[in-house]
Design a protein around this ligand. Structure first.
Ligand SMILES: [Zn+2]
Length: 113
C-alpha cells in the first residue's frame, strides 16, 4: 500500500485514506486534483495546450479561456505563454515612414499616372 505524506501534519498515511488519521485533513480533494492533473497531461500530449485548456474549461466549468489556460500551464508546469507581441520603436517608425511615403506617392500621382 503506497504511503503519502499528509500535507498538513506530515504524517505518513495511506494514499487511499479519505482523510489524515492524525489531523483529519481531507484527502479526497487532493486525490481528485491529482486525477485531474493526470487527465490534463494525457489530453495535453494528445491535443496540446489548446485541447487541454478546453478540457479544463469543461471540467471546471470555467468560461474564461485565458484563466483556464494559465491554470493549465501552472498545473502542467509549463512556462507561461509568450507575452503579446510588442513592436519595437524603430519598427514602428520605419512602418510609419513607409506608410507616409506610399500616401505621398499616391497623392503626387507617382503610382497612378
Ligand atoms: Zn495530517
Amino acid at each position: 500500500m503506497p504511503l503519502m505524506k499528509c500535507p498538513d501534519c506530515g504524517a505518513e498515511v495511506s494514499d487511499r485514506a479519505p482523510s489524515c488519521p492524525k489531523c483529519n485533513h481531507p484527502f479526497a480533494q487532493i486525490a481528485a486534483d491529482k486525477l485531474l492533473n493526470d487527465d490534463l497531461c494525457r489530453v495535453y500530449e494528445d491535443k496540446k495546450l489548446i485541447g487541454a485548456t478546453i478540457f479544463y474549461m469543461e471540467r471546471k466549468s470555467i468560461k474564461d479561456m485565458g484563466e483556464a489556460k494559465s491554470e493549465v500551464e501552472r498545473r502542467l508546469g509549463l512556462p507561461p505563454g509568450p507575452p503579446p507581441r510588442k513592436l519595437s520603436l524603430p519598427v514602428v517608425i520605419v512602418g510609419y515612414l513607409l506608410l507616409f511615403a506610399a500616401i505621398w506617392m499616391v497623392i503626387t500621382g507617382r503610382i497612378f499616372k
